[in-house]
Design a protein around this ligand. Structure first.
Ligand SMILES: NC(=O)c1ccc[n+]([C@@H]2O[C@H](COP(=O)([O-])OP(=O)(O)OC[C@H]3O[C@@H](n4cnc5c(N)ncnc54)[C@H](OP(=O)(O)O)[C@@H]3O)[C@@H](O)[C@H]2O)c1
Length: 320
C-alpha cells in the first residue's frame, strides 16, 4: 500500500511516498481502508524534527486521524465492524496511508450523510473544542475569546461557544476574509492577533480558549475578567515566555485561572460519545466543517508547504 513517511527531518520535501506491506490488525485493532486523512498542525511539528527527543524517528508515518471503511479486525474485535464507515484515531502517527491501523476503542461510526472529508476535519478538533470549553467551565451568558480561531479547533470552539449561549465570541485572526467567515459561524468581534486591532474588543473575557500560546500569551491575562479562566489547548505560536507564571501572579487580584487541556486526559468513551454527537450535528448541518483543500495523498509535501506558509483556514485533507 501507498504511505507517506518522514524520510528526513526538516522541510516538507523530507516527506516521501513509499510502498509498504498492507498492515495486519493485532488483537484489539481494526484496519481502515482510508477515504480521507486529516493533516494536523502537530504533523508538521513532528516532520520538522522538533519532537525528535520524544521518540519520533525518521521513517515515522505522520497523521493521526482517518476516515474510511473497516476491512479487517483483530482478535477480540466484533467482526460486525467489517464494512462499516468509521472515523479513527491512529495514535501519534500512522495516518498518511491507504490502510490504517487503529484500536477499536478509538473508532466512531459515521452517519450515512457525513463525508469522510468532513469527519477528519471535525473528529479531533471538535473534541478539543468541546472539552476545552468545559475545562474552562464556560457557561451561557459569558464572554469568550478564541485566540488562533482560524484553525479547525478554533472554528469549532467559536461555533460551540456561540451555540452554547455566549454573550460575545471574540476571535483573533490575521485575515479579514477569515474573520468574515468566523463571523458567519458565530463570532461577534473579529480582532487582529494582538487582540486589540480590527474592531473595538469586549471590555474583558470570562473565558479564553488559546490555540496559539507563544510570546504574546501573557498579554491576554490582563484581559480576563475577575474569576476569568484561560485554557491553553495548543501552541501554534510556540511556547510562552519562561516567566509567564510571574505574569499570572501579577494578575493575582483577579482570581484568574490558567490551565492547559489535552484531549488525552478524557476517557476514550467520553471522546467517542462527543464525537458521535458532533458527527450527527454536522450531518444535520448544525455544525459547519471548514475544509481548506482536499489533495491526493501523494501531495503531502504540498499540503505541508501550505501549512508551513500559514495559508490554511480550517483543515487540509488528503485522499488516498
Ligand atoms: N489540546 C489537545 O488535545 C490538542 C489536540 C490536537 C492538537 N492540539 C494542538 O492544537 C494546535 C493546532 O490547532 P489547529 O489545527 O486548530 O491550529 P492551526 O490551524 O495550526 O492554527 C490556528 C491559527 O492560529 C493562527 N496563528 C498562527 N500563528 C500564530 C501566532 N504566531 N500568533 C497568533 N495566532 C497564530 C493562524 O490564524 P491567523 O493567521 O488567521 O491568525 C492559524 O490559522 C497545535 O498546537 C496542536 O498541537 C491540541
Amino acid at each position: 500500500m501507498k504511505a507517506i513517511v518522514i524520510q528526513t527531518y526538516g522541510g516538507p520535501e523530507g516527506l516521501a511516498v513509499v510502498d509498504l506491506l498492507a498492515p495486519v490488525a493485532a488483537a484489539g485493532q481494526v484496519v481502515v481502508a482510508t477515504e480521507a486523512v486529516g493533516v494536523g498542525g502537530v504533523d508538521t511539528v513532528i516532520r520538522s524534527g522538533a519532537l525528535a527527543a520524544y521518540g519520533f524517528k525518521e521513517g515515522h508515518i505522520p497523521g493521526s486521524e482517518v476516515a474510511g471503511t473497516v476491512t479487517a479486525v483483530g482478535d477480540g474485535v466484533d467482526a460486525s465492524w467489517i464494512g462499516r464507515r468509521v472515523w479513527a484515531f491512529t495514535g501519534t502517527g500512522g495516518g498518511y496511508v491507504e490502510q490504517a491501523l487503529a484500536p477499536v476503542e478509538e473508532i466512531v461510526p459515521l452517519p450515512v450523510n457525513l463525508s469522510a472529508v468532513d469527519a477528519v476535519t471535525l473528529g479531533s478538533s471538535g473534541v478539543v473544542a468541546h472539552f476545552g470549553l468545559r475545562h474552562a467551565h464556560f457557561a451561557p451568558g459569558e464572554t469568550v475569546l478564541v485566540r488562533g480561531a482560524a484553525g479547525s479547533i478554533g472554528i469549532m470552539a467559536v461555533q460551540l461557544a456561540a451555540r452554547g449561549g455566549a454573550a460575545a465570541v471574540a476571535v483573533t485572526t490575521s485575515s479579514a476574509e477569515r474573520g468574515e467567515h468566523l463571523r458567519r459561524l458565530g463570532a461577534t468581534h473579529v480582532l487582529d492577533r494582538s487582540g486589540d486591532g480590527g474592531e473595538p474588543a469586549p471590555d474583558g473575557y470570562d473565558v479564553i480558549i488559546d490555540v496559539a500560546a507563544g510570546k504574546d500569551m501573557p498579554s491576554f491575562f490582563d484581559r480576563l475578567n475577575p474569576n476569568g479562566r484561560m485554557v491553553a489547548v495548543g501552541a501554534v505560536a510556540g511556547q510562552p515566555p519562561a516567566d509567564f507564571g510571574m505574569k499570572i501572579m501579577a494578575a493575582f487580584q483577579k482570581s484568574m485561572s490558567f490551565a492547559t487541556f489535552s484531549a488525552h486526559t478524557v476517557t476514550g468513551a467520553d471522546r467517542g460519545a462527543v464525537r458521535s454527537e458532533q458527527f450527527a450535528a454536522a450531518s444535520r448541518g448544525e455544525v459547519e466543517t471548514v475544509v481548506h483543500e482536499v489533495l491526493p495523498l501523494d501531495a503531502a509535501v504540498l499540503a505541508h508547504q501550505k501549512m508551513d506558509a500559514g495559508e490554511v483556514f480550517g483543515r487540509i485533507v488528503l485522499t488516498p
